[in-house]
Design a protein around this ligand. Sequence first.
Ligand SMILES: C[S@@+](CC[C@H](N)C(=O)[O-])C[C@H]1O[C@@H](n2cnc3c(N)ncnc32)[C@H](O)[C@@H]1O
Length: 439
Amino acid sequence: MDAANYANPLTELATILYSGIETLLSEYNHQGVAFPLLSQPFTPSPLDTNSVVNESTCLIIAAAHQIIATVRAPAESIQEHATGAYTATALNLCVDVHVADILQARILRYLSTRHIFQEIEPDVFANNRISSLLIKSRSLNEIEANPDIEFEGATLAGFVGHATDECLKASVSIVPWLKDKSTQFPSPFNMSIGSSISLFEWFVAPENTRRLRRATAAMTGGGERFPATIFTNGFNWKSLKEDAVVVDVGGSVGSVTYTILQQNKHLRYVIQDLESIINKEAKQYWEEKMPQALTDGQVTLQVTNFFESQPVQNAAIYFLRLILHDWPDEKCLTILKILRRAAGPSSKLIVFEQIMAYPCKYSGPFADVSNPIKAPAPLLANLGMGAGGFITMIDMQMLTLFNGKERTVTEFINLGSLTGWELEDVKPGLMNAMVFSAV
Ligand SMILES: C[S@@+](CC[C@H](N)C(=O)[O-])C[C@H]1O[C@@H](n2cnc3c(N)ncnc32)[C@H](O)[C@@H]1O
């Protein structure tokens, strides 16, 4: 058939790209805010969570990536992806020797070419909007005097350190682990360290203390990257009566509880995690943020292993934020069964996680929240790198570290129905709030 009969996907992609850019710029204009420049350091803006900005950004990124994949020589695409470890390694060095803070390394040319840092004249580098996020919140003098504070408030530096150290080393074991059908190791990470202890137990060893602090900073701050409304509007907390109990299962320091508590002072909260987290990081977090919540009993920190028991019976709410994705199905079933046994008839379970969208069409239950932005053809249904990039990256990280996974809405429904929980509501958003009732 004559090629001229086909609409050229490149032309359609360019139309999506242009119209996305027009929408984006007109929203900034409308709000009276200048569009940020790549060459300027990052500063938070009220438009960071604006829904028009978010939607047009997803469309622009999806179209731009698809254009690049279409026009770039396929061999070049393969080579760039296959050597992604260099980007990771270069970022690792930046965080480890504080390059974003002092700007000295030659390796910066590699990153500047990928728009992380900028080379403003030969051999002179400066931070840009992207690299500025690696600057730690404490000064280098403060960190030298007290290395324990290195990652305090340094979310992205924490994420880079975690992703480019233990995750990168473990990723080398993905292939041998997948190929070895008789492996005794629960995950590629375990194969890389030659032991079956979980990442969380491994972090407890004294030589991994810095890694634990780094990963905790990434997780806590990772929580802050999601607007507070995901948690505060994910459920009608005001509908719960005075002193109703909310249990944050595997809550780490309890940063989600803290967010919910700010608007719901009428409730009581229990934050549960392993001993190493509860007795140190979590205690420190609450003593700094809200010490009276611990003394007056509004917040209880409780050492609990979610595979073994649930000490709080008949709570109004049990919630799990970013827990199920750490574990394979059979482990999730254990966690959910233990919660179901402790639950009363009106207890609810809330799972805060992202839902994995299919890159192809999906029209089953909760399809609207699974693919919230309608993707115009010829974009992928999950918007490719415009929306599906982050969750598929985290999915690989979960596979590497835990043999865990990001799940589709169907997979969440199935986990619930096997353990006595029925999915009754899903709130859309950057992260979804899935509300299950006990059946
Ligand atoms: C990905 S983090 C999520 C933390 C928290 N829910 C959040 O969103 O900030 C997973 C948490 O599960 C905790 N954890 C791992 N195994 C556990 C277990 N067996 N019992 C209780 N908590 C556990 C870890 O210590 C860690 O804090």
